[in-house]
Design a protein. Structure first.
Lengths: 913, 267
């Protein structure tokens, strides 16, 4: 039997009635020749088997040939997945593959949830296949004895590599893989990924310097068909603002759910998901049955836990007994903050086709397949082509099926985004993910991890680290600095330091000084930094999930909020646990989570630009553009339509000050950078206070003093000369770098996390005098240790990630080549309304915000219907120079303070103070 | 009625015009004059005393001892800077007494040889040697212990009275502000590290340490002053909202200037 015909796999496939795809054969062949590579294609097309069967076939063949070395038990396949939820299913299918090929291999799981005893056994008696996460691989490396374990690894597979790359988890994975390659030089690396704009680079990053050149990029099944449809609203709005239109589409969404077997309803934020779930139940009270059953099951189980009745030793945190589901559950909610057992249960029900619809967030973007799902609904713009494809792919998962997605706009401009996303899919333009480089915080953590394990030799590790893409440009100085930092901030070379965390053994290897160092470091391994979260529990212990400290901190006992699809009343907040009970009150706040807003990707922004360019030439392609034609023509008659060849700046003066609305059409992130830049340059010219708002179409600047009105001044504000210096100054002036430093400080181990705050446990009192905020560290380092490279990293990350320096510079260049049109529409226009309303939301409580926005909207609609000429604006000098102090508004010029009265009429008319 | 806008921080360049410029501000507490100094200290001219609170010396070393990677240079630089700021304050005011309102040393672990030597040298320097220094024991001092005798610091417990020459009144020295006790007059305290986040529109000007003045004659509550934390390595706690309605005053220390926040006027 010759190698390369994959007899064992083929016969298993034949038994199952399958025929290997060409790309699978291609991958197996490359594997059997000892090459590494990356397989990319849409989801659900047999990538898993493509990535592993080459190894399985070879192992079986060797066993048949009687090569005794392969009888020994050792770890051969390390399967790295970004999602714990995915790990269980991967385990199952790998087990099936092993059995199918005829290998009696053990396939085991190792994640943060794996029991301590099982982990210990895995270290002592390793399984042949280990399915794990990047963090768990690092934890494995932090134990002595990891090198014998990993020495025999023949294949590493990085699953869903697109999820990891571009983040610090990706960098962490790169470092861990480099370590495994050192321990087991003949190992090959395979990536499994969705298609990206830079798939080849993704492969090179994964494979590292050693294998990148010989890597094989394999395209899976091509030509998966997507059907992107838009739910056009019956009644079109002319003044779009975020989140407004959404719920009006509820009847259509309900109808769509009723016409399908099983539906996933994707929302962009957890808050939105809670809101839609509530609204759906309100509209279809008969669907509450499902919820009631859920709740009943939860209560039942809580009572068992509390009374300690027949359940005996069962603790309240153990898994609720899953009843054999008798009937289908109409509706469920799924998002990342819900309790894991609840989420798993919903996923189980979804897999078995017992749920009609699940309202979810990106928590279900990835992960196990749900064959029964035959429809996907996207609420709001997906903001990126890849995300839309990923979500669409959740329906019709099997090869050959059409993936259908119904897009529901939450404001009128999103209709243009849906049409543009369809264009981009047709043209095959998908976003790239930029890999991160020189993340010294991750490097410091990695050094400490290795030192806690078997230790490292400096010369060996520096070579290893430089073989990764992330650190290929690491300078000697940066290396030395990171090493010093890992040692504990003190002298790393020779000199004795009482507080050093690391030291050198007799062979010169760097090792951790004590078990205390190890005990503190292991729980801190990882690069995902989340806000301090508070567990939400019923009085009798039933766990609902977690919410961010910031939200719950704003509530007082007795407050009612919506979470996990329930109305809950806060009883008490103690030691990281919020105790709640079902609320009777009707009104409630929806939990808000920070950072919910996604930015339009470059690819989608380009498509939107070209769509607006077409519209400007009078071409309206597709029903989406026809639906917004009213909005576009009103924009044109009151101001001008922004398009790729024309930069529009609308200047409006109101009681709030002098507004400039600028529309570069580049996406939120670039606009944030541009707004900061312009505000900085304007403030340089003349001291003033500027407030700003950004969205995906443009940004607003509001100044307390007049803004320039001539095109020349605006041209010079937009020049590229001095861009980097100005942006650096912005970063230093604002809190941008300071905020970015939070993540860096945590990963680098500056913030003592103590032991993980799980289920209400918190850092013991002994560690309290060590608590310091990352902001304090930032200030202290800036003052006393300015050469600290982590500060530099924070600035670099803000510049490249947050302000998108490269994109920003090219945007400025494009804008300079544009025709600059300044208009004075005298009131808000369809395009500026959303920006204005968004900025207002930042300032006002929600009730007042809704009032004001509604009033404003009514007045604009009146103007639009009668098409009256714009009213000239006269700013009221009395309302200027106010600062906001603890709830009251006062003048800053020393005169008697003025309390801002409620303004009626708002925009478009003179204020009555 | 004043409305309470909910604001969220948005980073941006901000220019804040001070209402009360200058590096010192005279306030009266229960009728007794006191100067607030922009370098986070208070000064009583009559008793020739400078008051500071919450030095937290050795906090960086404590962190090092807890295995947080803080460079040793930081510990030294921070302590040196704080000590030289005290020297500057005393020479500016020509005061002959210094009162530290608690939390001199952060923790026992931070009380290392380097710090002891540094402070000893400072204490013996010509500017500081003639100064009389008093420490009101705070929560941190109780765990880190009284300073060594060669620092020549008199340690007293909370509630100690400091007579004011030429007046029948006296200052009451505390670490934890006795604001919930009735009738404590002219307290001086630290402990809370008050800071205030000045905002305008959606814009934040950042957190500034501040003095919190309780000079009210209307309420039955204590009168006195909470001094901001003096040490460079201290965080802060936000002044509770509603201070302006309770007739208290807040004075910010921002970039070497004192800015008094206007109180809410009676609508």
């Amino acid at each position: 039997m010759q190698a390369g015909d994959f007899h064992h796999v083929r016969s298993w496939f034949a038994k199952k009635g399958w025929e290997p795809f060409d790309f699978q054969l291609q991958a197996w062949r490359a594997q059997s020749e000892g090459r590494s590579g990356l397989i990319h294609s849409a989801t659900g097309t047999g990538k898993t088997l493509a990535a592993c069967c080459g190894l399985l076939d070879r192992a079986k063949q060797r066993r048949v040939d009687g090569q005794s070395e392969d009888e020994s038990h050792r770890l051969r396949l390390l399967w790295i997945t970004p999602l714990r939820a995915l790990a269980g299913d991967t385990c199952k299918s790998l087990q099936e593959a092993c059995e199918g090929v005829g290998l009696r291999w053990r396939v085991e799981l190792r994640t943060g949830d794996t029991a301590w005893a099982a982990k210990k056994r895995q270290r002592e008696k390793p399984p042949e296949v280990l399915v794990t996460t990047p963090e768990s691989v690092c934890v494995l490396l932090s134990y002595p004895g990891s090198s014998p374990l990993l020495r025999g690894v023949e294949l590493i597979v990085a699953d869903e590599w697109h999820e990891l790359m571009g983040s610090k988890r990706g960098v962490q994975t790169e470092l861990a893989l480099a370590r495994v390659r050192t321990l087991s030089p003949k190992v090959v690396t395979w990536g499994v990924s969705a298609t990206m704009g830079n798939t080849r680079q993704a492969m090179e990053v994964l494979l590292g310097a050693r294998d990148a050149a010989k890597g094989e990029l394999i395209t899976g099944i091509k030509g998966k068909r997507y059907d992107v449809r838009t739910m056009i609203p019956q009644q079109m709005e002319r003044f779009p603002w975020a989140g407004h239109l959404g719920l009006r589409q509820l009847p259509g969404v309900l109808q769509a759910i009723e016409s399908a077997r099983s539906t996933l309803v994707f929302c962009n934020t957890r808050g939105q998901a809670e809101l839609w779930y509530q609204s759906m139940l309100k509209a279809r009270p008969e669907w509450i049955a499902g919820l009631e059953e859920e709740a009943a099951a939860a209560t039942e189980f809580e009572n068992e836990g509390a009374s300690g009745g027949e359940a005996g030793g069962e603790t309240p945190t153990s898994k609720p007994p899953i009843k054999p589901p008798s009937s289908t559950i109409p509706l469920a909610l799924h998002h990342g903050s819900l309790d894991r057992t609840l989420r798993l249960r919903i996923e189980e029900l979804l897999k078995s086709g017992l749920i009609r619809a699940v309202v979810c967030t990106s928590s279900l973007d990835l992960g196990v397949d749900f064959p029964p799902v035959d429809q996907v609904i996207q609420i709001g713009s997906p903001k990126g082509v890849a995300r839309l494809l990923q979500r669409a792919g959740r329906a019709g998962h099997a090869p050959g099926q059409v993936s259908r997605i119904v897009c529901v706009p939450t404001n009128a401009l999103e209709l243009i985004e849906f049409a543009s996303a369809r264009d981009a899919i047709e043209q095959g333009r998908i976003e790239s993910r930029e890999p991160m480089t020189l993340s010294l915080d991750v490097l410091c953590q990695h050094m400490l991890t290795l030192a806690c394990g078997e230790g490292f030799s400096e010369s060996e590790l520096i070579r290893e680290v430089r073989s990764t893409h992330a650190f290929c440009e690491l300078t000697d100085q940066q290396w030395q600095w990171a090493l010093t930092f890992a040692f504990g901030g003190g002298p790393a070379l020779g000199a004795y330091d009482r507080f050093a965390r690391l030291s050198r053994d007799e062979h010169g290897r760097v090792i951790a000084v004590s078990d205390t160092v190890r005990r503190f470091h292991r729980p801190a391994i990882g690069t995902i930094v989340s806000e301090q979260s508070i567990a939400v529990k019923y009085q009798n212990g039933g766990m609902l999930g977690t919410v961010e400290e910031g939200f719950i901190g704003s509530l007082t006992p007795g407050s009612v909020f919506v979470f996990a699809g329930r109305r809950l009343e806060l009883i008490s907040l103690r030691e990281m646990v919020a105790t709640v009970r079902p609320a009777r009150k009707r009104t409630a706040r929806v939990v808000t989570w920070p950072g919910g807003r996604m930015a339009l990707s470059t690819e989608l922004a380009q498509s939107v630009q070209s769509r607006l360019g077409e519209a400007d030439r009078g071409e309206l392609r597709g029903e989406e553009l026809h639906a917004v034609s009213n909005l576009l023509s009103l924009q044109r008659s009151w101001s001008t339509l922004p398009c790729p060849s024309r930069l529009v700046i609308e200047l409006v003066t109101t009681v709030e000050g002098w507004h400039a609305f600028v529309y570069p059409l580049q996406g939120r992130l670039v606009h944030e950078g541009l707004a900061n830049l312009l505000a900085h340059r304007l403030a340089q010219a003349e001291p003033r206070t500027i407030a700003m708002a950004v969205n995906d179409y443009g940004f607003e600047l509001v100044s307390t003093t007049p803004l320039p009105t001539d095109p020349q001044s605006w041209q010079s504000l937009l020049q590229t000369a001095g861009l980097e210096e100005d942006l650096t100054a912005c970063i230093n002036a604002g809190g941008l770098a300071r905020r970015q430093f939070r993540e860096i400080a945590r990963i680098a181990g500056l913030i003592s996390t103590g032991f993980p705050a799980r289920a209400g446990r918190r850092t013991g009192p002994s560690a309290r005098h060590l608590q310091a905020s990352s902001e304090l560290f930032f200030d202290v380092f800036q003052q006393f240790d300015p050469s600290n490279l982590l500060l530099d990293q924070a600035r670099r990350e803000v510049l490249s990630k947050q302000l998108q320096f490269t994109r920003l510079r090219s945007a400025l260049q494009v804008m300079q080549a544009c025709e600059l049109t300044l208009t004075s529409p005298g009131r808000l226009t369809p395009m500026s309304f959303g920006l204005w309303a968004d900025r207002l939301r930042e300032q006002l409580t929600s009730e007042r915000w809704h009032d004001r926005v509604e009033r404003m909207l009514a007045s604009l609609e009146r103007d639009a219907i009668s098409n009256t000429p714009p009213v000239p604006e006269i700013p009221d000098p009395a309302s200027r120079e106010m600062i906001d102090v603890g709830g009251s508004v006062v003048r800053t010029d020393g005169s008697e303070p003025i309390i801002r009265r409620r303004r009626r009429g708002g925009f478009g008319r003179r204020p009555r103070l | 009625m004043p409305q309470t806008p909910k604001t969220r921080d948005v980073s941006s360049p901000v220019v804040v015009q001070p209402t009360t410029g200058g590096d010192r501000l005279r306030v009266e507490i229960a009728g007794t004059p006191l100067w607030l100094l922009s370098d986070k200290a208070a000064w009583c001219e009559a008793s020739s005393t400078v008051f500071i609170a919450d030095l937290h010396l050795g906090k960086a070393s404590t962190m090092r001892a807890g295995m947080l990677p803080v460079a040793p240079g930081v510990c030294r630089a921070a302590a040196e800077q704080d000590l030289s700021r005290i020297v500057r304050l005393l020479s500016q005011t020509n005061a002959s007494n210094l009162v530290i309102l608690g939390d001199l040393i952060h923790a026992r672990q931070g009380r290392d040889e380097a710090l002891l030597t540094l402070v000893r040298a400072w204490r013996d320097s010509s500017e500081i040697a003639p100064i009389e220094i008093t420490l009101v024991r705070g929560n941190h001092d109780r765990s880190s212990g009284d300073p060594p005798s060669d620092w020549r610091i008199r340690c007293v417990d909370e509630g100690e009275a400091l007579p004011i020459p030429g007046s029948s009144a006296s200052w009451s020295l505390w670490h934890v502000p006795p604001i919930n006790q009735r009738g404590v007059e002219r307290f001086l305290a630290g402990h809370v590290h008050p800071v205030f986040n000045l905002r305008r529109g959606g814009i934040s000007a950042g957190r500034s340490p501040c003095f919190h003045v309780f000079d009210s004659q209307i309420t039955q509550r204590s009168t006195g002053l909470i001094v901001p934390a003096f040490g460079s390595l201290t965080g802060g706690a936000q002044v509770p909202s509603g201070w302006s309605e309770r007739c208290e005053r807040v004075v910010l220390c921002a970039e070497g200037r004192l800015i008094e926040l206007p109180r809410a006027a009676d609508a």
